[in-house]
Design a protein around this ligand. Structure first.
Ligand SMILES: NC(=O)c1ccc[n+]([C@@H]2O[C@H](COP(=O)([O-])OP(=O)(O)OC[C@H]3O[C@@H](n4cnc5c(N)ncnc54)[C@H](O)[C@@H]3O)[C@@H](O)[C@H]2O)c1
Length: 344
């Protein structure tokens, strides 16, 4: 399909030199589209990108209503990424140069409706990759996940290149997505970059139906109820990361010189690994009367198929990745910042 649309007329009525200069500058700037901007990662990533690129140069989009933390911080567009034509028009109309695709069905939700998860996770990526190819976009970001690994992968210190046999539909769609990213990079030279995020912990925006969501819920319940019923066993180790590290990793990867990127499928990325028992003990240091109980559900089987820890030496070697937050530092920061967020 070939769509040609002229950019929207820019409303410049003032001919003062400095305004003209700003306009020239902004014409040269990257124009970023974030798809799935109202999700757990999207809100914080959009805010970080707006700080770097200027608020007008980062368009947030989602199926949902604009997230309250995004309101007033820059342009927002309602978009269903499954509608390729609408996405294509948006990219052309706004002179988009980079796309961050965050819309997806996550692991726990995916197991409830596997065909829908496959359809959305695959079609959204193919829509973006194909438009990137057709319009010659500068860069595309698409996150993969530790869910690409399966029960036959090594359990500890799981390396970048190893047995990858995912058993969840989420993991299968991420693995297939990684192959598509490599394919579009090798075949069409699309500069697509990707990280295999571990479970992400944040206080600003709520998680969206993943197996590692317990590590966020536990803070809410600890502050509000002083107790938490965990849906995983106490000894379930999973790789995790605090959101500020995940946002920085994403931006550092995207800002790296293309010559440093040796992996197009999704870099292993790590910072900490802990069990529900260990995070509960760390929270108890701050809230001594906090208690935890365990009632594993269907998510236990998903977690059992994933690694306990990840080897991310390639990300550290290629583009200098270095995490900042370990378990004690993350717990302290969460308990410092979450109360104010809950009071809003
Ligand atoms: N959060 C994690 O712990 C984690 C871990 C590994 C990988 N990831 C990956 O990172 C990405 C973002 O994850 P998240 O946690 O922010 O997810 P999320 O569920 O919190 O957010 C996804 C957003 O996409 C939007 N969306 C869904 N369908 C859409 C559509 N058809 N069109 C437009 N928008 C749509 C949703 O409304 C939601 O706001 C996903 O690809 C996910 O697989 C997340």
């Amino acid at each position: 399909m070939c769509i040609k649309i002229l950019p929207e007329p820019t409303n410049i009525t003032c001919n003062k030199l400095n305004l003209a200069f700003n306009y020239q500058q902004s014409m040269k700037k990257d124009k970023i589209l974030v798809i799935g901007a109202c999700g757990q990662i999207g809100v914080e990533l959009t805010l970080a990108l707006r700080k770097m690129y200027g608020e007008g140069n980062v368009i947030a989009s989602d199926l949902r209503e604009e997230h309250e933390l995004l309101r007033g911080t820059g342009p927002y567009v309602s978009l269903d990424v499954m509608n390729k034509e609408m996405l294509h028009v948006l990219v052309i109309r706004h002179n988009i140069t980079q796309v961050y695709l965050l819309a997806a069905i996550l692991s726990a939700t995916g197991e409830k409706n596997p065909l829908l998860a496959w359809h959305i996770n695959m079609a959204s990526l193919l829509n973006v990759l194909d438009i990137a190819k057709e319009e010659g976009l500068d860069k595309v970001y698409w996150p993969s996940s530790i869910a690409v690994f399966g029960p036959n992968s090594p359990k500890e210190d799981t390396e970048q290149h190893t047995i990858i046999e995912p058993t969840t539909i989420y993991g299968i769609s991420k693995f297939a997505g990684e192959r598509w990213c490599e394919y579009y990079n090798h075949r069409y030279n699309v500069d697509v970059r990707s990280l295999r995020y571990p479970g992400l912990i944040s206080y600003k925006s709520a998680p969206g139906g993943g197996t590692t969501d317990y590590a966020v819920e536990i803070f809410h319940e600890a502050l509000e109820e002083k107790s938490y019923k965990c849906f995983l066993r106490e000894d379930t180790y999973l790789p995790m990361m605090y959101m500020p590290d995940a946002i920085r990793a994403t931006i550092e990867l995207m800002e790296s010189d293309a010559s440093k990127i040796s992996v197009r499928a999704g870099y292993n990325l790590a910072s900490m690994s802990f069990s529900p028992k260990e995070i509960a003990a760390e929270i108890k240091k701050h809230i001594p009367d906090f208690t935890i109980s365990y009632e594993p559900d269907y998510r236990q089987a998903i977690a059992d198929g994933w690694p306990g820890s990840i080897n991310d030496e390639l990300a550290r070697k290629d583009w200098g990745w270095n995490h900042e937050y370990d378990l004690p530092k993350m717990v302290e920061d969460m308990l410092t910042n979450l109360p104010a967020q809950l009071a809003k």
